[in-house]
Every structure is written in structure tokens, then in C-alpha cells.
Design a protein around this ligand. Structure first.
Ligand code: FAD
Length: 422
């Protein structure tokens, strides 16, 4: 193996869903890698927060995904075996939608092309199997994906960072990056009161990405999803363990349910667009860190009413409710690759509400790209697709605004360190 000193020095900024796997893959490839995370490992502010996410192989989001999802499942199973921790559970997933839904048709077609073991179930059979789904619409049917399941998010991120460290990565926790400067020879990364130089940097800051990497056309927006948690006890055998409902048009999920990893509560997800009156209070990245993720009473009432309308008699009153944020692109495809106009900065962003399941694959792809190893990346992920001429980086030395931020972050960073040690 090439000595570590001869390997490229790479910074990974943001150790959330994708950054944690990127830093792990880079370390395993033998790179000299430093990971920066503004909070502690596996914290509860990121797009992955809330304990679990759905993993599904049934995808209507594009033909490129099936191969990636198969690889992602392999990587999840390998990772949990290596970590000796229960990070993935294959409870299966029932996807329900109207027969006229193009998304349902796409999913079924993609599954058949890849010869995935799916079961297509008519409405009467769904209702017989799961009596609590009696309110299905006339034209609804379901597809069962037995290889689908749940991933334990906070725990997986924590394991990925810890394992990167065991591979030799240097991890800077509670280290918010304030600025990145790309020169002809290197990339300088400013964090707290230090500045380190690297050959390359990978930016994986998810909902916060607008702070370090911006685009005049704003391909990446901030959105949020609400979820409520209800007690699970009376649903066993009469309601699917995990379920996703879609509407007649578009590729948007209407709602989904899944058990929390303690198996005592079931989680109900719906996107903010379903609650327009709730607004989106954190349109700025700073707002994400500042806001409490817990929902107020009014939002909880709206969710309770929504659940009763969609899934009547399924759950008793919600127990808890949260909002979490993700970054979205206009085409709902990620941005993965070299930042246009840059030779040293890579970006992995815009996972658009469906990226956690693929985090190990995305991490593997960008790590290989960063070290110059062969890798196949779908064209649909190319960052240049959004008016490349206008894409910019905040790659200058801290400006007046950044200096202000530096002072504020030094103060916040100190508070963060105190919090961590308390
Ligand atoms: C409620 C909800 C439900 C979802 N359901 C599913 C699902 O069922 N299945 C699925 O596959 N996907 C799902 N998703 C999508 C998925 O969770 C996200 O796409 C994915 O987690 C995004 O990962 P990320 O790495 O881009 O962002 P994050 O995981 O948020 O990581 C960004 C990291 O960067 C850090 N950071 C930011 N700025 C800085 C800085 N300046 N310096 C240092 N660190 C910084 C942050 O603290 C954070 O740790 C859901 C998303 C939400 C919000």
C-alpha cells in the first residue's frame, strides 16, 4: 500500500449522513483525512435526526437508482456486521397508491427490470391482511418490498465516524467550518480558531450547505418534514410494520409510517408541503441551528387531524412531534461531484428527502472521486446541471461578514464544548 504521507490530504466538512460515510471510506482508502462536524457525533439537528429512516429498493425516482440501492443494501449489511450493531432491520415495506399513479408504475417497472422479489397486492387483499387500512381509496393498490426496512440513523452516523477514526481519520467534533479558501495550490479550511490546508475538500453540510457553497440559481433549498410519534402496541398484525402512501400525481410521498427502533412507538411522516399554514420558519441555514425541533401544540393538532383523515382509527393521540430539515434540488436528484469551476472542492448535497438509505453509496462514490479512483456516477447527479456559469463558492478568506461569524462561532464553539463535557 502507498504510504499514508503520499496520499492526498482531504477535508470532509459536515459529518452527518453522507459526511460520516465519506470520511470512513476515505480513511479506509488510505487518505490523510480530517473530518469537521459543528456538533457532537450522531447529534439531533441533522437531516438524519429522529432515530430511523426507511430503506426501500422500490424506486420511482429514476432508473439509475436500482443498482445504487442494491449496492447500498449490501453496504448496510456489511457495515452492521462489521460494527456488530443492529443498524438495519428488514421489516419490509408496503407502498400504497392509486392505480393511475405514474410513480407506482415506475417503481413496479424498475423492480421487474431488476428482478426484485416484489408482491403486487390488490385493495381487497390489503384490507383483509391489514384491517386498519380499511379506508383505502377505490383505485388504490399496494406493492410489498420484502427487502426494504429501516436504518437506525443517529447510531449509524456515530458508528461511521468512530470507525473512520479507527481507520486513522482525524475527527474535529464541535468544529464549525466558517470559511473555505481555494488557492492554486491548496484548500484552506477555517474552523474555530484554526486554519488547516488540504489538497481537496468535500462539502457535505446538507441543509446548511448554502453557508459554504452557494449558487446564484439556488438549486439547493431548505425544506423540512414533520413527524409525529404514536404508541404502537395495538397495531401489530393489523397494520403493516412500515408503510408509504403516494398520491395520484408526481413522485411525492403523501405520508409514511415506520416503527421507532425501540419497537414501542410508530412514527408518522409527512412533508411540510402538506401543512402550508405551518410555513417554513427556517429558510436560512442559521435558523436550523437556532430552532427547537419539537413541534408546538398547534402543529401537533394539525398532524393529528391529518392522521385521522388518512389513517382513521389507526393510532391514538400523537405522543411527540418534530420537524427536521433536508436540502432539496429542483429535480430532487443529489448534487455529487466537483463543484463547477473548482479543481479542489467536491460537493455532496441536495439529497432531497430520500438520501439517508444511500449514504454509504454516496460516501463511497465521492471518496473514490476525491482520491482519483475509478467510479461510476450517474450523469443526473452532476453539479454542473444547474447553470454552471453562475455557481460560486464562498471560497475567499473570511470577509467582514465571516469575521463577525468567526467571533460569534468562537463563542458558540466554546459553549458547545462546555455542553459536551457537562
Ligand atoms: C424528516 C425526514 C424524513 C426523511 N425520511 C427519509 C427516509 O425514510 N429514507 C431516506 O433514505 N431518507 C429520508 N430522508 C432524507 C435523509 O434523511 C436526508 O436526505 C439525509 O439525511 C441528508 O444527509 P446530509 O448528509 O446531506 O445532511 P446531514 O445529515 O444533515 O449532514 C450535514 C452535517 O453537516 C454538519 N454541518 C453543517 N454545516 C457545518 C459546518 N459549517 N461545519 C461543520 N459541520 C457542519 C451538520 O451539523 C450535519 O451533521 C428524510 C429526511 C427528513 C428531514
Amino acid at each position: 500500500m502507498t504510504p499514508r504521507q503520499a496520499q492526498p490530504r482531504i477535508a470532509v466538512i459536515g459529518l452527518g449522513s453522507t459526511g460520516s460515510f465519506t470520511v470512513r471510506h476515505l480513511a479506509a482508502l488510505g487518505a490523510y483525512v480530517v473530518g469537521y462536524e459543528q456538533y457532537g457525533r450522531g447529534h439531533d439537528h441533522g437531516a438524519y435526526a429522529g432515530d430511523t429512516r426507511l430503506f426501500r429498493l422500490l424506486y420511482g425516482e429514476g432508473a439509475d437508482y436500482t443498482e445504487l440501492l442494491i449496492r447500498a443494501r449490501e453496504l448496510w449489511l456489511e457495515f452492521q456486521a462489521e460494527q456488530d450493531a443492529k443498524l438495519f432491520s428488514d421489516v419490509g415495506l408496503l407502498t400504497i397508491g392509486p392505480s393511475e399513479s405514474a410513480w407506482m408504475g415506475e417503481m413496479e417497472a424498475a423492480a421487474r427490470r431488476a428482478e426484485l422479489p416484489i408482491e403486487v397486492i390488490d385493495r381487497a387483499t390489503v384490507r383483509r391482511r391489514y384491517p386498519l387500512l380499511a379506508a383505502l381509496g377505490d383505485g388504490d393498490y399496494a406493492i410489498f418490498d420484502p427487502l426494504a426496512g429501516l436504518v437506525r440513523t443517529n447510531e449509524a452516523v456515530l458508528h461511521a465516524i468512530n470507525s473512520a477514526e479507527r481507520w486513522g481519520a482525524e475527527i474535529h467534533d464541535w468544529a464549525r467550518v466558517q470559511a473555505i479558501e481555494e488557492t492554486g495550490r491548496e484548500v484552506r479550511v477555517w474552523s474555530n480558531d484554526s486554519c488547516l490546508a488540504f489538497d481537496r475538500a468535500v462539502v457535505c453540510t446538507g441543509p446548511w450547505s448554502g453557508e459554504l457553497v452557494t449558487s446564484a440559481t439556488r438549486p439547493v433549498a431548505i425544506d423540512y418534514t414533520l413527524h409525529a410519534v404514536r404508541s404502537i402496541e395495538h397495531t401489530a398484525g393489523v397494520f403493516p410494520p412500515a408503510m408509504l402512501m403516494t398520491g395520484a400525481t408526481g413522485s411525492e410521498m403523501v405520508c409514511s409510517t415506520q416503527p421507532m427502533s425501540d419497537s414501542r412507538f410508530v412514527k408518522y411522516f409527512s412533508t411540510s408541503s402538506r401543512y402550508p399554514e405551518d410555513g417554513c420558519p427556517a429558510r436560512t441555514a442559521d435558523g436550523i441551528s437556532a430552532r427547537d425541533h419539537r413541534l408546538d401544540l398547534a402543529a401537533m393538532h394539525r398532524i393529528a387531524a391529518d392522521i385521522d383523515r388518512r389513517l382513521p382509527s389507526v393510532f391514538p393521540q400523537p405522543v411527540r412531534g418534530y420537524r427536521f430539515y433536508d436540502s432539496y434540488t429542483r429535480d430532487h436528484q443529489p448534487v455529487l461531484g466537483w463543484l463547477p469551476g473548482s479543481e479542489r472542492l467536491l460537493v455532496l448535497d441536495g439529497l432531497s428527502g430520500h438520501g439517508f438509505k444511500l449514504a454509504p453509496v454516496y460516501g463511497e462514490m465521492i471518496a473514490r472521486l476525491a482520491v482519483g479512483a475509478p467510479v461510476k456516477i450517474p450523469d443526473s447527479f452532476d453539479p454542473r446541471r444547474f447553470t454552471p456559469a453562475q455557481t460560486q463558492t464562498r471560497a475567499e478568506r473570511p470577509s467582514v461578514r465571516d469575521d463577525d461569524r468567526l467571533r460569534r462561532d468562537k463563542r458558540d464553539g466554546a459553549a458547545g464544548l462546555q455542553r459536551r463535557s457537562s
